[in-house]
Design a protein around this ligand. Structure first.
Ligand SMILES: Cc1cc2nc3c(=O)[nH]c(=O)nc-3n(C[C@H](O)[C@H](O)[C@H](O)COP(=O)(O)OP(=O)(O)OC[C@H]3O[C@@H](n4cnc5c(N)ncnc54)[C@H](O)[C@@H]3O)c2cc1C
Length: 495
């Protein structure tokens, strides 16, 4: 019997882990090289005074992607994870004291809209969500779960493609679709905020991205018992059970390409021959660093970067769930200004929307004895302008965020930041990202066709799986990106 092909995975983020699980389950000889001491990438953790908390994602959507990934392994989704369904699911707060809550069941969310904004607004929300559902149903099979579409591949689908292209509404922007369908300004803000789940600008992003509202409000988001890091920990452990080897604190320095074919990965320990590589890295870094010494380039990468974020962890005196639920978003007076600041003026928002995740409630993660960990996020531009390479703009943003949280009485005057990460830190931790969290921004009506393919045509044996290959989708779509890379490897090796 011939030896199974040797696959090197560069990076143990969501995309790398997913490719590892999928390939190990198919019997490939998989080695994962990860620069950090633990898996997860952006699904990270940090610890302060004996308490560990998540530093990345707070909400998991589309668990079906994890379920499909685990279907070929000895562990089922239900055995692997326990879910947390906070109630309410999310609270939105406005500067005038208005409070709007969403729930795990759509009917309750609509009742809540009726209660907060009135009958007309609730009716608008209901029909808007029907519209988002039809976008989702048209977009999911071709643009979200499948290999990167091209105009050619869509033309091959004929009539069916024509229907899908009409239903995903790419010619409208998110904002114009909201304006024409929803009157209440506060509800408009809630719907526009879903653009930020992909780090995009609702004034430019195609209305197609409204499918995110359906994913969260219609299909539902959840927490993971013990924290989001459980996803990375569990996938690593399942991959190991199936024979995958993990080498942590082992950055790959370069990829060796010979006559257009991948030959090995180079680490400080030496050369590791392989038949294929899955790069779970940023595309810029792949081209500028990993392939720099080779006469090879990766895919085209001229797209605008998605937003970054300023993050902190506040150690706060514990409060009951009614006062401070699992997830809170605190809107500014003028939400549109935030996008002007980030995308037009390229500066941290002057009056930021502040997101707060109470991790004990969102993920049943233990805090300290009398205080709980609150994860905070404010959207920010990626680190491209020189001005943003200095610490001052981030210190000012920190002060504005803390002032907003205190004035809304979400934290007490002596609750303090115990951990902080600026876009500069993100840029350093994830080389080539400039701090962008979700890969490329989807600020173009052609975004669906600009996604790079998982198979790199220019270098045989090189495959891609990450948020910069499957932009904007967060954890589930990075997992899907890894599955698609594994599928492409399988296809090429079974020829
Ligand atoms: C603050 C924050 C909040 C978020 N909120 C959400 C949310 O609520 N829901 C959601 O779904 N998503 C959310 N996301 C996005 C989500 O976390 C990411 O989309 C996803 O985790 C990215 O996965 P990835 O496959 O791109 O890999 P990454 O996370 O980018 O990991 C890549 C890995 O590769 C390693 N690596 C890179 N180069 C090398 C090398 N040369 N050698 C060895 N190793 C290397 C890195 O160390 C890293 O571990 C959030 C992200 C952040 C930061």
């Amino acid at each position: 019997m011939s030896e199974p092909p040797r696959i090197a995975i560069v990076g143990a983020g969501a995309g790398g882990l997913s490719a590892t699980v999928a390939l190990a389950a198919r019997g490939y000889d998989v080695t994962v090289f990860e620069a950090a001491p633990e898996p997860g990438g952006k699904i990270g953790t940090a610890s302060v005074d004996g308490t560990t908390f998540d530093t990345g994602p707070s909400l998991l959507t589309l668990p079906s992607v994890l379920e499909q990934l685990l279907a070929s392994t000895p562990v089922s989704l239900d055995e692997a994870f326990e879910w947390v369904h906070p109630d309410p699911a999310f609270r939105y707060l406005y500067p005038d004291g208005t409070t709007f809550e969403t729930y795990g069941e759509l009917e309750r969310t609509l009742q809540s809209a009726r209660h907060t904004f009135g009958d007309a607004a609730a009716d608008d929300l209901e029909s808007f969500l029907e519209y988002t559902q039809s976008i989702w149903e048209a977009a999911a099979p071709h643009f979200i779960f499948d290999h990167a579409p091209t105009l050619g591949s869509m033309a091959g689908l004929g009539f069916q493609a024509f229907g899908a292209l009409r239903d995903i509404d790419p010619m409208n922007t998110m904002w114009s679709a909201i304006e024409s369908r929803v009157d209440h300004p506060k509800l408009r803000d809630v719907l526009a905020r879903f653009a930020t789940y992909t780090g995009s600008d609702p004034r430019e992003a195609p209305a197609t991205l409204h499918c995110i509202a359906w994913v969260e409000l219609g299909l539902g988001a959840r927490g993971v018992e013990g924290g989001m890091f459980e996803i990375a920990r569990t996938l690593t452990s399942i991959a190991r059970q199936m024979g995958a080897d993990f080498q942590f604190e082992t950055p790959v320095r370069s990829l060796e390409v010979e006559r257009g074919h991948i030959r090995s990965v180079e680490t400080d320990e030496g050369r590791h021959p392989c038949d294929a590589v899955v790069a779970n890295t940023e595309l810029d870094y792949l081209d500028d660093d990993l392939l720099a010494s080779q006469q090879a380039t990766g895919p085209d990468r001229t797209l605008e970067r998605s937003m970054s974020g300023w993050n902190a962890l506040i150690r706060a005196r514990r409060r009951p769930e009614q006062q401070r639920p699992a997830h809170t978003a605190l809107f500014p007076e003028n939400y549109q200004e935030e996008f002007r600041d980030i995308f037009d003026r390229r500066r941290p928002p002057h009056d930021p929307t502040v997101y707060l995740c109470a991790q004990e409630k969102a993920h049943r993660r233990d805090g300290w004895e009398a205080t709980e960990p609150l994860f905070v996020m404010a959207n920010a531009p990626p680190v491209e302008a020189d001005e943003l390479r200095r610490p001052e703009p981030w210190h000012e943003l920190r002060e504005r965020v803390m002032a907003r949280l205190r004035s809304a009485d979400l934290i007490a005057s002596d609750d303090e930041i115990v951990w902080e990460r600026t876009p500069l830190d993100l840029a350093e931790r994830f080389p080539g990202s400039r701090g962008a969290i979700y890969g490329a921004a989807s600020n173009s009506k052609w975004a669906a066709f600009q996604r790079p393919a998982n198979r790199v045509d220019e270098v045989e044996g090189l495959y891609l799986a990450s948020g910069s290959v499957h932009p904007g989708g967060g954890v589930p779509l990075c997992l899907q990106s890894g599955r698609l890379a594994a599928e492409a490897i399988e296809e090429d090796h079974s020829r």
